[in-house]
Write a protein that binds this ligand. Structure first.
Ligand code: GDP
Ligand code: CA
Length: 314
């Protein structure tokens, strides 16, 4: 079994490639720190991006929502004079209505996610990192704002001074998360935003300890290509939070947690430094997943790399 820690767009792309190779032997553990209640609906953007992308109904290019979706509801909300910057498509809305309905009936987020995954025909496990609500607030020079206000309304443009996360002291990882980490042959860190997507998973009570204690081979895939995020603020945020710029900052972020790092050809210059300075093995390859086929090819290289590292370590 292979476990993948994932955010939305970068994570779901690699997840799809892995799924095509592994099927039910894949477990995806997904960030829920971006979840928000919008129009009374419980929206879990990274979970949905993973569900949609794996099941093939996602919009690969856009990286969120359902392919071919329409936005009548969203436009109507705007015409009625309400804020509609958080765009939920009409088909996407159906999923969010059903999630909210099931949650209001008292079912857990992991239950609901399992149900949705099953109905979308998925064979692998998709687990939210926790069933407890995590609320993220971003402090900017303009003041504090909700995560989606920062990320969607303000397009992640403001400088980030601080990220505040309100988490329950009773928080536990969702059922299956620790078990998967304990039994995984490899634990993979998707090319997701380290600060916004990966860190909240690691900060879920017991997750980082489980990863450190596991016998798995741990491999991260850099979300930066040529030192820059393909989209979103990953490069800027790593620097704001004290990491060096470019892939060296990614290596620094994962230092002590991983055996191997996969970097893009555009960053090949840094290969030796990452090896010598951090003692991390490096695979240099094409990491931009322009299609599901490209994702499958990268996933296959990542699995081969992890298997090689496993043998080296044994
Ligand atoms: P979000 O939750 O939708 O913001 O998505 P993630 O946190 O999973 O991923 C965001 C990161 O994915 C960005 O830093 C992108 O650079 C990275 N990313 C997106 N597509 C790709 C890709 O095809 N290859 C790589 N290496 N990174 C990608
Ligand atoms: Ca996200």
């Amino acid at each position: 079994m292979i476990a993948l820690l994932s955010g939305g767009v970068g994570g779901s792309r690699l997840a799809a490639g892995l799924y095509d190779l592994l099927g039910e032997r894949l477990v995806v553990i997904v960030n829920t720190a971006d979840d928000e209640v919008i129009y009374g609906l419980y929206v879990s953007p990274d979970v949905d991006t993973v569900l949609y992308t794996l099941s093939g109904i996602g919009d690969w290019e856009r990286g969120w929502g359902i392919r071919g979706d329409t936005f009548s509801c969203n436009e109507t909300i705007g015409r009625l004079g309400f804020e509609n910057w958080f765009r939920i498509g009409d088909m996407d809305l159906a999923v969010n209505l059903l999630r909210t309905m099931m949650l209001s009936e008292g079912r857990s987020l992991s239950h609901v996610t399992e149900e949705l995954a099953r109905r979308m025909g998925l064979k692998c496990k998709v687990l939210p990192m926790t069933d407890h609500r995590v609320v993220t607030q971003v402090v900017t020079p303009e003041g504090p704002m909700s995560f989606q206000e920062y990320f969607v309304k303000r397009e992640a443009k403001p400088e980030v001074l601080e990220i505040r996360r309100v988490r329950s002291p009773h928080e536990r990882p969702a059922p299956g998360v620790i078990e998967s980490l304990n039994s995984a042959r490899a634990i993979l860190f998707a090319p997701s935003n380290p600060i916004l997507s990966v860190r909240p998973i690691l900060e879920t009570n017991g997750v980082e300890e489980a990863i450190r204690g596991s016998r798995a081979v741990n491999v991260a895939i850099s979300p930066l290509v040529g030192g820059r995020a393909l989209r979103g603020p990953a490069d800027r945020l790593l620097r704001s939070f004290g990491y060096q710029s470019g892939v060296i900052g990614v290596a620094q972020f994962y230092d002590g947690l991983i055996d191997g790092l996969v970097i893009d050809r555009a960053d090949a210059d840094h290969e030796q430094v990452i090896r010598s300075k951090f003692g991390i093995e490096v695979l240099v390859t094409e990491t931009v997943m322009t299609s599901r086929g490209a994702a499958k090819r990268l996933a296959s290289e990542v699995l081969d790399f992890a298997a090689r590292l496993g043998r080296v370590r044994d």
